[in-house]
Design a protein around this ligand. Structure first.
Ligand code: ASP
Length: 335
């Protein structure tokens, strides 16, 4: 019997519970046993988690899953909520520009089979996540950059728009007076969307979309569209997504690291903590001056989140309810 059918049958007949009692006492957990445990623990699925306080986005994604939409539909539509919200100045339309005044977007998406798509440094198209999905589904490539990504989006029927709103333009002009590039913890980064979802069958996918760090150098690309850094999904194990100072996440291949740590048996919480420690324990780490946060989910439906500084949070939508929870963090002594 195929794994998925077995799990389905187990959940229907109650076999899952009985089987799990035996399996949990085994010291070695395989992905299959983990999945059965999820059934027995009655983790309520679907489940959606996202970086920061984004209740509208998680709600949208969960509703799509509830109404039989696919994981990718849910993630795409959830991310689109924030991309279209001009009050969110770190994602999509209304995002803060680079130092030359151009809003450039990065996004990626990864499915249950390990397929992925990404766009980097793309201008003039609000829904970067939709373009990333189309790169995955409709091209032989995994990543398109700049003008190529924009032209591809237009060829797929998306319309060009000016993404620089008056509010973001005004802030940028004020910034230009001194033009000092100094990322502000939790402010410039706030609301970049990393979203992970599990559907009713226990399958996992993820997505990430951002306008990147405010006032970055022209052409700068962070971690968010880089598979393994900003996002990684292994449907047998779990998934992770990052936010914050992308350069530091890239240097430690952060999201892949979190998933690999879960593969080795760590809980999502432990894995996020370990991945943050990799950053702060580097020689000459400058972590007092930047934020990085991870969220993760495993095949059991357990979740975790952790950051360097305080005030990072995760939104979880489960059982028809949103919950935004402050993450535990590394620099407790400085709070
Ligand atoms: N990680 C993003 C980047 O470095 C920024 C963020 O999450 O706010 O571009």
């Amino acid at each position: 019997m195929k794994r998925r059918n077995f799990i389905k049958n187990a959940s229907l007949t109650g076999i899952g519970l009985a089987v799990t009692t035996n399996l949990t006492s085994c010291s070695e957990k395989t992905p299959e046993t983990n999945n059965i445990i999820a059934v027995a623990n009655k983790v309520s699925l679907p489940l959606v988690i996202a970086t920061w306080n984004v209740p509208n986005a998680t709600k949208k994604a969960w509703e799509v899953l509830q109404t039989e939409g696919s994981l990718l539909d849910a993630l795409e539509q959830g991310c689109m909520v924030e991309e279209a919200d001009i009050k969110n100045q770190s994602v999509g339309k209304g995002g803060r520009p680079d130092r030359d005044g151009n809003v450039t977007l990065d996004a990626c998406i990864m499915n249950t089979k390990g397929d992925c798509g990404a766009v980097v440094a793309m201008q003039n198209i609000t829904h970067a996540i939709s373009v990333a999905r189309k790169v995955m589904e409709e091209t032989p490539h995994v990543m398109l950059a700049g003008k190529g990504a924009e032209n591809f989006a237009v060829s797929k029927g998306m319309k060009r728009e000016n993404l620089l709103t008056e509010a973001s333009k005004k802030e940028w002009e004020e910034w230009l007076v001194k033009a000092a590039y100094k990322p502000i913890i939790n402010i410039e980064n706030h609301d970049t969307i990393g979203m992970l979802a599990i559907d009713k069958n226990g399958d996992i996918s993820g997505a990430c979309t951002t306008s990147g760090l405010a006032y970055k150098m022209s052409g700068r690309v962070g971690d968010s569209p880089i598979i393994g850094s900003g996002l990684f999904v292994d449907n047998e194990i779990g998934a992770a997504v990052a936010t914050g100072m992308g350069e530091e996440v890239v240097k430690t291949v952060g999201s892949f690291l979190v998933v690999e740590l879960m593969r080795q048996g760590k809980s999502p919480q432990e894995a996020c903590e370990e991945a943050i420690k990799r950053i702060v324990n580097k020689p000459d780490s400058n972590h007092e001056n930047f934020q990085v946060g991870y969220i993760a989910v495993n095949k059991n439906g357990e979740t975790g989140s952790y950051s360097i500084h305080k005030d990072f949070s995760m939104t979880k939508y489960q059982n028809g309810k949103n919950e935004n929870k402050q993450s535990d963090y590394y620099l407790k002594q400085s709070s």
